[in-house]
Design a protein around this ligand. Sequence first.
Ligand code: LLP
Length: 438
Amino acid sequence: MTFNYSAGELTVRGHKIKDIAAEFGTPVIIYDETYMTGMMQKYHGVLKRHNIPYSVSYASKAFSSVQMIKLLEEQNMELDVVSVGELYTALAAGYPVRNIHFHGNNKTPEEIEYALAHGVRFFIIDGLDEIELINTLASRLVEDDLVSVLIRINPSVEVNTHDYIATGQEDSKFGLSLSNGAAKTAIDTISNCSKLEFKGIHYHLGSQLDDSTPFINAITNVYAWLDEHDIDIEILNMGGGYGVRYTDDDVRFPIEEGFDAIIGHLKNVVAASRGGRGQDDGRDDGREMPHIMIEPGRSIAAESAITVYEVGTVKDLPGVARYVSVDGGMSDHIRTPLYGAEYEIIPVAEDDGDSGVSTHVVGKLCESGDIIGKDKNLPAELSRGDLIAVRTTGAYHYSMASNYNQMRKPAVVFVSESGVREVIRRQTLEQLIENDVR
Ligand code: LLP
């Protein structure tokens, strides 16, 4: 585990959390940079050992910032963006535009124009009307180049996750259906577009998946469909969604065995597939292994960070509950109010174990639903000024933060063996009204 107690103090890579909190204030999101690079290397390692063409494309929606993007570039990671804002962040970090993939179920004409003008040459098509739009804009903005496109499809596989983060099913705002003909129509339309080059298939089955079964089923369904329509692909992008451990009840996606199983299955399916070509045309040239792309977000960032809060009001309701309020809340921790997500919450100064005192940790925003965790086992003597840490807040926390109640977005710090550095400063009061007309 990356954040450990040492001599009674929570630490990361030899640095005391309480010292980091004192320097940068609270709430603060503290990342173990070394853990993150380790995760990036783990994905590279497992795919490399299968001897296949591949790329690992980080889903920047999980957590994006200039320093994060620089780290991704150093680690040979490609990048997914879903908005002009994510693209802008990547470009501001000097990230090579050729490795950026533009996603989204409603890319606006302005976004497509901006992306093309800045050199993005890789789009994931999510709807039929977008094909013509990208082609037309590319005809105007792109001279000697073609724009590579994948189509996002729904492979219709069951996944076991929260409804809000399941995406690969038929009834979804994302992707093109295989069964109703939309995906095939998309490919036919692309083949008539002078500026677009069809490269392959993308799907994202959902998030926080804990085993390889849905990925395996998706490969089976997709190749059956490719065979049926005699479609060749160069790239197969299986999306992200590899689960992490928020609490003891969660099972991490087993990256090594999981990909061994997925890639093993893919190799078999590819070898057995004839691309739908009948024997009568004299061809029996099976398919080649596609270039594999995966798009992990959460599994790289989530477990690498904690959020540290300072305790304020402690309200004891004898026989009912103890409420501990902290100096942040749903403005930086929306996943519990939104999905009922559970987290592990621990004191920054080590406690002797089970205090037997059940505590509701709540934020300071004006909503009863502003809950960080219910029935947590925290020290009996917790009081104003103490620090507590919420584990596994590296993904979909800062990126989903809001200014509700005019809360300022927290500071973000990266820690490695070589030191502690602030990568995002806490928002200032002035920034809260910088766009206000006065
Ligand atoms: N690729 C695509 C096309 C995606 O839509 C997503 C996530 C990913 C990759 C990365 O998935 P990951 O590896 O991070 O699970 N706000 C929700 C998560 C929404 C995820 C949406 N798409 C949450 O906090 O759980």
